[in-house]
Design a binder for this molecule. Structure first.
Ligand code: SAH
Length: 242
């Protein structure tokens, strides 16, 4: 949970966008939402668009000023689509994620998003340490508020390594085959394809090298290896019977 990151929305007009932001955050395992003088909140449209992320809405805090919303944050990042006349130090969403997600100090970090129609005002950016940009089409660079929050939260999620948990989960319960088990399989494979007459000795080295490359790429688990060895045994038996 990236709980040191606080999503701060400034004067959001459409309550539906607040709900969509809550949903975008929860998808990325984030839940710290702060609202500065929202036009309408709480609101049925916010709850409807949150679509199951109402817990994020319920815990959202409402503030009278941006200063108050960021008071406990050590780093304040202002998300802006616009090029500013004064150049502010800026990072892309990915750079921000790489820079701050694994920061050992675990500073509280505010991610400040502006109004749908006019973004953040310069006096609000004065409170920010850096600008946060989502790189996109330069001629059409303003994302919908919730879409912008989604991209930023996604980058934080990826940088925090949380996607690895589900990748490992997808692999099933069987452990990956060890180098020794794979070696046993390659010997068995080589023997079998020689027995069935597929492998001629002069080509055996390069064919076996290619076969190793194929199987090493796939990261077999022990159950899968058992199946393959079963097939090899079966084809050897079949071959000797005929
Ligand atoms: N029309 C506004 C943009 C509104 S979009 C303007 O002129 O600034 C609402 C908010 O989403 C913006 O204030 C900003 O915080 C965020 N946002 C939208 N597109 C973005 C982008 N490309 N990079 C960073 N933040 C963006």
């Amino acid at each position: 949970m990236l709980s040191n990151f606080k999503v701060v929305l400034v004067e959001t007009s459409h309550p539906g966008n607040i709900g969509a932001v809550a949903r975008a955050m929860k998808n990325m395992n984030m839940n710290q939402l702060r609202l500065v003088t929202p036009k309408h909140f709480p609101h049925a449209d916010a709850t409807a668009r949150a679509s199951g992320a109402d817990d994020v809405l319920k815990h959202a805090s409402v503030h009278d000023t941006l200063q108050d919303a960021i008071a406990d944050c050590q780093i304040v990042l202002g998300a802006s689509a616009r090029d500013r006349t004064i150049s502010w130090p800026s990072f892309t969403a990915r750079e921000c994620a790489e820079k701050w997600v694994n920061d050992p100090q675990k500073a509280n970090i505010a991610l400040v998003f502006g109004r749908e129609n006019s973004g953040l005002k310069n006096h609000e950016l004065d409170l920010c340490h850096f600008l946060l940009r989502i790189p996109c089409n330069q001629e059409y660079s303003s994302l919908n508020l919730a879409a912008a929050v989604q991209v930023v939260c996604y980058e934080l999620f990826i940088a925090s390594g949380q996607q690895l948990v589900s990748e490992i989960g997808d692999q099933g319960e069987d452990p990956l085959a060890s180098a020794e088990q794979m070696e046993g399989f390659y010997q068995h494979l080589q023997q079998t394809i020689a027995d069935i007459g597929f492998l001629q000795p002069e080509r055996s080295k390069s064919i076996m090298r290619r076969l190793r490359r194929i199987f090493n790429r796939t990261q077999l688990d022990t159950k899968e290896l058992d199946i393959l060895r079963g097939i090899l045994r079966f084809s050897q038996n079949h071959n000797t019977k005929n």
